[in-house]
Structure formats: structure tokens, C-alpha cells
Design a protein around this ligand. Structure first.
Ligand SMILES: Cc1ncc(COP(=O)(O)O)c(C=O)c1O
Length: 398
């Protein structure tokens, strides 16, 4: 066992590192959630989230994990037996499909190899052949956290429009919101699903829906049973800054602070930072001679990188060595990728030196666990970081 001095490195792709500013605010005394001070906080949180989702429409905040927000998206808009088009992009897309089936929806689940995102051409083909307009929704995962592969939401939207199909578009942004460029209104998304513990730099505990006017209209006639997740009482009470049940008061303090931090940095800068750290990470992976799970550069994720370990080696044994020796948590392989890959989270409250430490931990871990690799990944990443500063470089000369 290595020394346990210093800080643990939490480099799973969420929950992410919670900034000290947010941690401090979380520890404030809980207040009356039916009093005037609370209403100001709730309103600030909702307005700040609208800017992150890039929407002028409704946003609701549940005391829940992301899975709850998935369920809310489905039960508010759909009826038993409705047909939904979904894509097997990875573990989370599969879990969302399983939920839809359990809720009584009929899912057309387009098979995938977990190394590519949604093919917009398949969306076009499926919707064009649906002459009876029985498909009520297309539901996709923007950033597959299990594979480090993104889907091109704007292109999917274009194909839905090209088919002239009225299906709702639902998008899971659980590991992309506030990390990767996303535009709910511009891309014509009807329900966007998010949560607190990734790009929003908070602990787990908040589930989010951004809702279009079309989705709200659909909710008036949708017949799947719903109670806790019902948008209507939530939106009604939110108008005055309140909730129909006890909200996660302290997480809302934290959310307001995290939103302030994001807006101080500027979302375009936040996205650029994530892109740069992802590129540096991929350069490290290539220099190590290891393979990315993602096959298409247009679909590389900026919030995490999933890496294959060579055949005959167990990624979880490697991860265990990294944890025991260097006190760093890396993401495990999920579902059919268990043991075959590890995932490096580089999202949320993160900077160049944290990335350098993370990649050093991976390189050290490869060395001590006997996985065959070439040295030089950290150097390749550092070279890229030095050459691609997002801030004006300062000269070391006086
Ligand atoms: C893309 C994606 N969707 C859904 C979920 C489920 O969210 P939760 O575990 O917060 O319920 C996760 C969790 O990591 C995720 O990464």
C-alpha cells in the first residue's frame, strides 16, 4: 500500500470532484423550504439551469438520481404501449431501454457495438418507414458514460425534421451537461435529462428535466401512471419558488454556487477546457500504445476517455492497483465491457495539473500492474497542454 497522505484522486466519470466553494455552501444550515429565503434560491437555481440547458422553457429539479429523471421523461410524455426508438450505444442506453420496457412501452432498440454513437441515417430510415407515425419518441444518450462516445444530437434532430416525423426527441445529458456543448432549444429537444453529480460539480442527489412546449402538451394526454415525477404540480409550485414535496435544500444551495462558478468561467470556456483535457488524454492513450473504445473522432467524448486493456489482462486488476498504490479511483468497465476497459473521468472541476496527476497515476499503474504499454503517455499529454494553453501564455523571462 502506498502512502495515504494527500488528496484522493476521484477520476471516475461522475460523481466528480466537488469544488471547495460548493462544499462550504453545502454545510450551511438547512432552512424552511416554504419560506421566502428558499423561494429566492429555487428561482436562482432554475434560471441558472435554463442557461446551462440553453433553454427558455421549463426546467424541473427532483430530489433524485439521474435514473429518476429518466423515468420522469418517459412517464410524463408517453402512454402504455407507445413505441419508442432507442439505440444500443452502451450500458446506459441499455438501462434506459430496460426501464422503458418495464414501464410498458414498446421499444425498437437498434443494436450497436458500444463503440459508436447513434447513426443519424438510421434515425431517418426508421422514421421514414414509420408511415403510420406510431413512433412517439426517439430517446438517445448524448454522452455514453460507459464508452466515452457521444452522439450527434443536432444531426439526429435534422434527420427527424427531414423525415417530417412528429416524434418527441429525448436526450440523456447526464455526463455531458455543463461539460460538452449542448443546446436544448436550438436542437429542438423535447425532454433533456440531467443530474447533479457530473459536470455540475455537485454530490449526487438532483435529477433534472428540461421540457419543451411540445413535451408539455404531450404530458396533458400521456397515460403512463405518474405521481412523484408528475411535472404539473412541480411546475405549478415552482412558479412561486416552491416544491410539491420537500426539496433537497442544501443541494440547491450548492447548485446555485456551482452555477455561479460555471457562469463566471463562461460556458464556452468550460467546454473548451473539457475538449483540451480530452485531447491531451487521448494523446497519452495513443502514446501508451493502448486503444480507445471510441472509434469515430467526430464522436469522441470530452468528459471521459474509455481505454481498452490488451487481451489477457484484466482492467479491474489494473484499477485495483491504481487505487491501492496511488489512491486514485478510475471508472470500471460496465456491462459487457467489464474487465476489458477502464475509464478516465476528466470532467467537472478540473485543471491541467489535476489531469497531469491523473495521467501519471495511470502510467504508474500500468507499470506496476504488468499491463504491456509504452512509456511516454504523460509526456505526450504535457507537450500538448504546454502547446495549447487556453490562457495567454506568460513569458518566464523578466
Ligand atoms: C449517461 C448516464 N445516464 C444515466 C445514468 C444514471 O444516473 P444515476 O446513476 O444518477 O441514476 C448515468 C450514471 O452514471 C449515466 O452516466
Amino acid at each position: 500500500m502506498g502512502s495515504k497522505g494527500g488528496r484522493h484522486f476521484l477520476q471516475i466519470p461522475g460523481p466528480t470532484n466537488v469544488p471547495d466553494r460548493v462544499l462550504r455552501i453545502l454545510s450551511r444550515p438547512t432552512i424552511d423550504h416554504r419560506g421566502p429565503a428558499f423561494a429566492l434560491i429555487a428561482r436562482e437555481a432554475i434560471e441558472g439551469l435554463q442557461r446551462v440547458f440553453e433553454t427558455k422553457g421549463a426546467v424541473v429539479i427532483y430530489p433524485s438520481s439521474g435514473t429518476g429523471a429518466w423515468e420522469a421523461a418517459l412517464v410524463n410524455t408517453l402512454s402504455p404501449g407507445d413505441k419508442v426508438l432507442m439505440f444500443e450505444t452502451g450500458h446506459f442506453a441499455t438501462l434506459w431501454r430496460n426501464m422503458a420496457v418495464r414501464l410498458g412501452l414498446e421499444v425498437d432498440f437498434v443494436p450497436g457495438d458500444w463503440r459508436r454513437g447513434v447513426d443519424p441515417e438510421v434515425v431517418l430510415a426508421k422514421l421514414t418507414e414509420d408511415r403510420g407515425r406510431v413512433i412517439k419518441a426517439v430517446a438517445i444518450v448524448h454522452n455514453e458514460t460507459s464508452t466515452g462516445v457521444t452522439s450527434r444530437v443536432a444531426d439526429v434532430r435534422r434527420q427527424i425534421d427531414k423525415a417530417g416525423h412528429p416524434a418527441l426527441l429525448m436526450v440523456d445529458t447526464i455526463s455531458s451537461l455543463a461539460s460538452i456543448d449542448y443546446r436544448h432549444d436550438e436542437w429542438g429537444v423535447d425532454v433533456t435529462v440531467g443530474c447533479s453529480q457530473k459536470g455540475l460539480m455537485l454530490p449526487p442527489g438532483l435529477g433534472l428535466n428540461a421540457i419543451s412546449g411540445k413535451a408539455l402538451t404531450a404530458s396533458k394526454s400521456a397515460r403512463l401512471p405518474r405521481s412523484y415525477w408528475d411535472w404539473e404540480p412541480m411546475l405549478e409550485d415552482n412558479k412561486a419558488g416552491f416544491f410539491p414535496y420537500t426539496p433537497a435544500t442544501n443541494l440547491l444551495y450548492g447548485l446555485c454556487e456551482a452555477l455561479r462558478m460555471l457562469h463566471e468561467q463562461g460556458l464556452p470556456n468550460v467546454f473548451a477546457r473539457h475538449c483540451r483535457h480530452a485531447e491531451a488524454t487521448r494523446r497519452a492513450v495513443r502514446a501508451w500504445g493502448l486503444e480507445l473504445v471510441a472509434l469515430n473522432p467526430a464522436e469522441y467524448s470530452s468528459s471521459l476517455t474509455a481505454v481498452m486493456v490488451p487481451d489477457g489482462y484484466d482492467a479491474d486488476v489494473f484499477r485495483r492497483a491504481v487505487l491501492d498504490r496511488f489512491d486514485m479511483s478510475l471508472g470500471t468497465g460496465l456491462g459487457k465491457l467489464k474487465g476489458k476497459i477502464f475509464r478516465i473521468g476528466h470532467l467537472g472541476d478540473f485543471n491541467d495539473l489535476m489531469l497531469a496527476g491523473t495521467l501519471s497515476g495511470v502510467e504508474l499503474g500500468l507499470a506496476v500492474s504488468g499491463v504491456p504499454f509504452k512509456r511516454g503517455g504523460v509526456t505526450a499529454a504535457l507537450d500538448y497542454l504546454a502547446a495549447s494553453g487556453v490562457l495567454e501564455p506568460t513569458s518566464a523571462r523578466s
